[in-house]
Design a protein around this ligand. Structure first.
Ligand SMILES: NC(=O)c1ccc[n+]([C@@H]2O[C@H](COP(=O)([O-])OP(=O)(O)OC[C@H]3O[C@@H](n4cnc5c(N)ncnc54)[C@H](O)[C@@H]3O)[C@@H](O)[C@H]2O)c1
Ligand SMILES: O=C(O)C(=O)C[C@@H](O)[C@H](O)[C@H](O)COP(=O)(O)O
Ligand SMILES: [Zn+2]
Length: 369
């Protein structure tokens, strides 16, 4: 029994639903809306069979449907790959009444959203997330983007999808490490806004990481509800939306320093511990809440430490975070569960002290600031 689909509405530059359930691909064509003649499906090789099945269904319905196979994971989020997609759209004569569909993980949906945002200054995009992380976070909310040599997501646009189809059945083939990485963003939603998420994970960490389990479905629904609520109030990240960036200042720095060989979710896991430690060292957060981060993330198999000899490069990367204003670094922290705060321009000694708290020690690598 898989039960009926759940629909969570986002009200941003347009109103759209995130549909969570099973066997949802049949809902794609109606979502495309009136007047669409051509559809470009962006998908990595791992989703080639799914993309081809969708293409054939669309062709049978009378659409001109094309597939652009894009590189896997973070390799897709480059200006070169975006330019390749623009070339496909141009060659096929895509107009403003045509549409793009992203089928894959967050890297693919970030790219598909960006290509749709920029082609003819904006065409419709439907997101079909196939990783846990993309279902609960990347495909929802309209943040799109690519990386540059200087850092993560430095070029992008806010461009809302016309719909999101989160088919939980796709998680059955997702490698376990990728599923667990997605749980880091779910746990983030727990710490910033929905403590029930934390209770559920603490009660059943194994079920939380099991595709098809009722616990995982409830976690997906709760995390999407958090994101939908925040994005509906502040699409363009003028204020409230920054809370979704909890853990990300440090996480994006790790990803860049590691040349994107770390999964985003794994980096967010360490990043949340770093930013919780920063809040504790600033006198804003109790130690037991920091300990709760470590316990929950570790129970899921997520990392809570990072090598101790990368401080200058991490600091340089953090200076390019989009929350930075001039020379002032800005972080999202907590003053309790469900009570996010901003930490602006912290003393450099606190930054390095927090780094020492997440650094691997002699057993796992030297702490060398
Ligand atoms: N725009 C946003 O708001 C937002 C939010 C969170 C994360 N992100 C971005 O999302 C990206 C991370 O996304 P991710 O964790 O989904 O990683 P990913 O897109 O790299 O996908 C992880 C791996 O899973 C494979 N895969 C995808 N679906 C599969 C399936 N059903 N079965 C088997 N393999 C499958 C992919 O090919 C890839 O190798 C990062 O670039 C991050 O910056 C964006
Ligand atoms: O939706 C948001 O807003 C987020 O910050 C969600 C994050 O999980 C996501 O990784 C996002 O892409 C980070 O955005 P950035 O603005 O720091 O690049
Ligand atoms: Zn993220």
């Amino acid at each position: 029994m898989t039960g009926p689909a759940t629909r969570i509405t986002v009200t941003a530059e347009r109103t759209y639903d995130v549909v969570i359930g099973h066997g949802l691909l049949g809902e794609l064509a109606p979502l495309l809306g009136e007047g669409v003649q051509r559809v470009l499906l962006l998908a990595p090789h791992a989703l080639a069979a799914t993309a081809e099945a969708v293409r054939e269904d669309l062709v049978a319905l009378g659409y001109e449907a094309y597939i652009a196979e894009v590189p896997d994971a973070e390799e897709a989020k480059t200006a070169q790959v975006a330019a390749f997609c623009w070339g496909v759209l141009g060659q096929a004569g895509f107009t403003r009444s045509d549409a793009v569909v992203g089928i894959g993980g967050g890297a693919t949906t970030d790219l598909a959203g960006f290509v749709a945002a920029t082609w003819l200054r904006g065409v419709r995009v439907v997101q079909v997330p196939t990783t846990l992380l993309a279902m609960v976070d990347a495909a929802v909310g309209g943040k799109t983007g690519i990386n540059t040599a200087e850092g993560k997501n430095l070029v992008g646009a806010f461009h809302s999808p016309v719909g999101v189809l989160a088919d939980l059945g796709t998680l059955e083939t997702l490698p376990r490490h990728d599923l667990v990485a997605g749980l880091a963003e779910v746990v983030k939603c727990g710490f910033i806004a929905d403590p029930v998420i934390l209770d559920l994970v603490e009660a059943s960490p194994d079920e939380a990481a099991t595709p098809g389990s009722p616990v995982l479905r409830e976690l997906v629904e709760r995390a999407v509800a958090v994101k939908a609520r925040v994005v509906s109030q502040d699409l363009r990240e003028a204020d409230l939306r920054e809370i979704l960036n909890y853990g990300h200042t440090f996480a994006h720095a790790i990803e860049q320093v590691e040349r994107y060989q770390w999964r985003h979710g794994a980096a967010v896991s360490v990043g949340m511990v770093y930013e919780a430690e920063l809040a504790r060292l600033s006198g804003r957060l109790a130690e037991d809440v920091v300990d709760r981060h470590r316990a929950i993330l570790t129970s899921l198999g997520l990392p809570v430490t990072y090598r101790g000899d990368r401080w200058p490069r991490l600091l340089e990367a953090m200076r390019r975070d989009k929350k930075t204003r001039g020379d002032m670094l800005r972080f999202v922290g907590l003053e309790g569960v469900g009570r996010p705060i901003r930490i602006e321009g912290p003393d450099p000694t606190l930054l390095t002290a927090a780094y020492a708290e997440v650094s691997e020690t002699a057993a796992g690598g030297a702490v060398d600031l």
